[in-house]
Design a protein around this ligand. Structure first.
Ligand code: KIV
Ligand code: ZN
Length: 531
């Protein structure tokens, strides 16, 4: 064990508690504005959640629509290795739908909720505490006739008087509830308060020692992960989370952030999960794409910048030893490693290192020349993508490194007919220029179709993201394209005030990156496979 690890690993791992991961991306996550899923999309995502190793999946709200019912039913039939939850208000019709839709699951649970805070009772339910208590009792007893595992949630528990939470929890345990979830529905609690809620209820409610406790945190104050950790430390052994922290308003506790906090600090926390780390990134990308929900660049774990370092001092440290400025290994989470982002703070060492990744060796003079021109580019672009760097190196060495160069692009847009594009591409080895045309339902699709013919690589087009970098009529846009070849992801980035051109350059950049890295590892064998 090295010095930095020793600092954190003071406890043998065998004493760690196992925390069960209850994924509600497809239920609470889907309540995120604009993130609605079709039933078949839910099924595909549920398969990925199972691959990720979550313990429990809440696939939807069965009573809400026939499509939702069918999705929960199919997921119950198909995913026999995961516990499936039927979600229901404390209403017979909801419970019946939840029970029927999960009938074929190998392991299932009924999740019932009713509000407990005075503000919800007075203004929303317009019922007294006694009435709500009675409904909770009766509905748990009703559900228990059909399902053994019953989770009960007093909604808005963190804003409910402690005595009433205890009274309600005692009542539902007496009727057969087996899991008590204490939601911080509005993301209002502070970590210490939320932890104390669990301590108080676990100590005060009769029967609490026979049930499991669960945390369910929303992120309105950015405290969902901290609050979930506080609950774990106060005895909760289940956490309810969503991928990318997606969910109502500011979202729910993010699975990847919580799991990585537990994983990275497992000795300090004394807990671990069964999540398959290598599936984290893929799951995050899939949820983002399917729900049309972009991930903030600086989002912990899965954001584009989460493992990228721009400061020259940090880059220098990283090149000497990764642990100097990284606490997690992105590759263990399936995140492509490109830890160094080249920008105006980068030094010559980092540039040399990055070019060497593409098999480009420079003399000291050439390096100085690239460096000087790189600095100008960095002022203009903020981040200098790999394909731009390689182009700078080509200019210094008078050797063209990019396998393909985009020479010209034209697009005909409109409203009625297919969009038409034409691109001219030069191939490095033959120096041949070829012009191809293509059509698409939009101008970008037409351009990508041309480029796919012009650069015949058998990579799968994975994603295109476009962001505006400024405002006004001449705003610059940034395009990021990712392609996948042999399970490996390659990305290209370009900035231009013509966003279609930026997307085309980014696509060519991604193909070049892929071709150069393949050439580097095994040139002959791979050229055959590519055409
Ligand atoms: O936020 C919440 O209170 C919920 C419950 C209904 C579990 O999503
Ligand atoms: Zn919620």
């Amino acid at each position: 064990m090295n010095h930095s690890q020793a600092q954190f690993n003071s406890q043998p791992e065998s004493t760690n508690r196992i925390i069960r991961i209850f994924d509600t991306t497809l239920r609470d996550g889907e309540q995120s504005p604009g993130a609605t899923l079709r039933p078949e999309q839910k099924i595909v995502l549920a398969r990925q959640l199972a691959k990720l190793g979550v313990d429990i999946i809440e696939p939807g709200f069965p009573v809400s629509s026939p499509g939702e019912f069918a999705a929960v039913q199919q997921i119950s039939r198909e995913l026999q290795g995961v516990e499936i939850v039927g979600f229901a208000r404390a209403i017979k019709g909801d419970i019946d739908a939840a029970v029927r839709s999960t009938m074929d699951a190998a392991r299932r649970r009924l999740h019932l909720f009713i509000s407990s805070s005075d503000i919800h009772l007075d203004f929303q339910l317009k019922k007294s505490r006694e009435e709500v208590l009675e409904i909770a009792r009766q509905m748990v007893a009703y559900g228990k006739q059909f399902v053994d595992e019953i989770e009960f949630s007093p909604m808005d528990a963190s804003r409910t008087g402690r005595d009433f939470v205890i009274e309600m929890v005692e009542a539902v345990i007496a009727e057969g509830a087996t899991v008590i979830n204490l939601p911080d529905t509005l993301g209002y609690a502070l970590p210490e308060e939320y932890g104390n809620l669990f301590r108080t209820v676990r100590a005060g409610a009769r029967g609490a020692d026979k049930v499991q406790f669960s945390a369910h945190c929303h992120n309105d104050l950015g405290l969902a992960v901290a609050n979930s950790l506080a609950a774990i430390q106060a005895g909760a052994n289940q956490v309810e989370v969503t991928i990318n922290g997606i969910g109502e308003r500011a979202g729910n506790c993010s699975l990847e952030e919580l799991v990585m906090a537990i994983e990275t600090r497992k000795s300090a926390i004394g807990a671990e999960t069964g999540i398959v780390m290598s599936e984290i990134y893929e799951t995050s990308r899939m949820v983002s794409r399917t729900m049309n929900f972009p991930i903030a660049y600086n989002k912990p774990i899965v954001g584009r910048n989460a493992f990228q370092h721009e400061s020259g001092i940090h880059q220098d440290g990283l090149l000497k030893n990764r642990n100097t400025y990284e606490i997690m290994d992105p590759e263990a989470m399936g995140i492509p490693r490109s830890m160094i982002v080249l920008g105006k703070h980068s030094g010559r060492h980092a540039i040399k290192h990055r070019l060497a990744d593409f098999g480009i060796e420079l003399t000291d003079d050439q390096l100085l020349d690239v460096y000087n021109r790189f600095k100008e580019k960095a002022d203009e672009m903020k981040i200098v993508p790999d394909d731009v760097l390689v182009r700078l190196a080509s200019e210094s060495t008078a050797t063209q490194h990019d396998p393909y160069t985009l020479i010209d692009l034209q697009v005909l847009a409109g409203t009625q007919r297919s969009r038409i594009a034409s691109v001219t591409i030069r191939e490095r080895d033959s120096q041949e220029e070829r012009t191809l045309t293509g059509t698409g339902t939009g101008p970008l699709e037409a351009v990508i179709h041309c480029l796919q013919q012009a650069i015949p690589v058998s990579a799968e087009f994975e994603d295109l993201e476009i962001h505006s970098l400024s405002t006004g009529e001449d705003a610059h846009g940034e395009a990021n394209v990712s392609i996948v070849y042999n399970n490996q992801r390659y990305t290209g980035t370009a900035v231009h005030n013509d966003i279609i051109l930026a997307a085309a350059q980014a696509y060519v950049g991604a193909c070049n990156q892929m071709l150069m890295s393949i050439q580097d590892t095994d040139s002959e064998e791979n050229t055959e496979q590519l055409a």
